[in-house]
Write a protein that binds this ligand. Structure first.
Ligand SMILES: Nc1ncnc2c1ncn2[C@@H]1O[C@H](COP(=O)(O)OP(=O)(O)OP(=O)(O)O)[C@@H](O)[C@H]1O
Ligand SMILES: [Mg+2]
Length: 230
C-alpha cells in the first residue's frame, strides 16, 4: 500500500473573476519511507501541492488517498484528526509559539490526544533528544538559534510518531552550514525509522539529500527522478 496516492489532482483558486490553475493533472504515488524533494520556480504549485498532501486544502478535482483513506470525503474535524495523527509539519519560519518553552512547543500536538502530562513530557524529551536538543527544553524560541528553532519544530513534527513529515522550504531562513545540519538530521530520521519526508526547496544542494526529486512547472509535474538505491 502506498502512503500517498494523488490521482489527477487539480486545484483552481478563484478570486473574483480571475481563476488560477495552481495544479493540473497531478498524478503521484509515494511509498512509505521515501525521502522526496519538490522543486520548481516560484508560483509553480509546490506549496499548493504540499497543502493538498497535508490535508490543509482539498483539491478542486481528483482523488487524494493518504494511507488508503480518501481525503476528499472527510469533514473538517476528520481532517484535523488526520493531520494531527499522520502528519508532522515543518515550515520555513519555524512557527513556534513565542514565550513558550521548547518542551511545551514540542508537547503541543499531544494536547489533543488526552495523554497524561507525564507521558507528554516523556515523549517531548525523547523527541528533543532525537534532534540533538537534550538540555534545551526550558529555552524559549528567542533563546535559540535559527537552526535550533528548526530542530524544535522538527521534534514537534516527530512527537506523535506520524508516518509523514511535510516541510515547505525548511532551510529557507537558514545559512548554508545550518541548512546542511538540518538536512543531515532529516536524512538520519529517514534512515533510522520508516518516516516519509517530503521537502520543498529551491536549492539543488538541499534536494541532493533526498532520494527522489519531483519538479513542477506551471502547476504540472515535469519530471520525477529517483536515485539508485543506497
Ligand atoms: N490562496 C490562494 N489564492 C489564490 N491563488 C493562490 C493561492 N495560493 C496560491 N495561489 C496561486 O497558485 C499558484 C501556485 O502557488 P504556490 O504557492 O503553490 O507556488 P510555489 O511553487 O509554492 O511558489 P514559491 O516558490 O514562491 O513558494 C500561484 O500562481 C499563486 O499565485
Ligand atoms: Mg511555496
Amino acid at each position: 500500500m502506498a502512503l500517498i496516492e494523488a490521482k489527477e489532482i487539480t486545484k483552481i483558486y478563484r478570486i473574483g473573476e480571475i481563476q488560477v490553475k495552481a495544479l493540473k493533472d497531478v498524478f503521484v504515488t509515494i511509498e512509505k519511507g521515501e525521502f522526496v524533494s519538490v522543486m520548481g520556480p516560484s508560483g509553480s504549485g509546490k506549496s499548493t501541492f504540499m497543502n493538498v498532501l497535508g490535508c490543509l486544502d482539498k483539491p478542486t478535482s481528483g482523488d487524494y488517498l493518504l494511507e488508503n483513506i480518501h481525503i476528499g470525503g472527510l469533514g473538517r474535524d476528520e481532517l484535523a484528526a488526520i493531520r494531527n495523527k499522520k502528519i508532522g509539519f515543518v515550515f520555513q519560519g519555524f512557527n513556534l509559539l513565542p514565550r513558550t518553552s521548547a518542551m511545551e512547543n514540542v508537547e503541543l500536538p499531544l494536547l489533543y490526544d488526552g495523554i497524561s502530562a507525564r507521558e507528554r513530557q516523556e515523549k517531548a524529551l525523547e523527541a528533543l533528544k532525537n534532534v540533538g536538543l537534550e538540555g534545551r527544553g526550558d529555552h524559549h524560541p528567542n533563546q535559540l538559534s535559527g537552526g535550533q528553532q528548526q530542530r524544535v519544530a522538527i521534534a514537534r513534527a516527530l512527537v506523535n510518531n506520524a508516518p509523514l513529515i511535510l516541510a515547505d522550504e525548511p532551510t529557507g531562513n537558514l545559512d548554508s552550514k545550518t541548512s546542511a545540519e538540518i538536512m543531515e538530521l532529516f536524512t538520519k530520521l529517514n534512515t533510522q525509522s520508516d518516516i516519509t519526508i517530503i521537502i520543498v526547496t529551491h536549492e539543488n544542494d538541499i534536494a541532493a539529500y533526498s532520494r527522489r526529486t519531483i519538479k513542477f512547472l506551471d502547476g504540472r509535474i515535469i519530471s520525477d527522478d529517483k536515485k539508485e538505491k543506497r
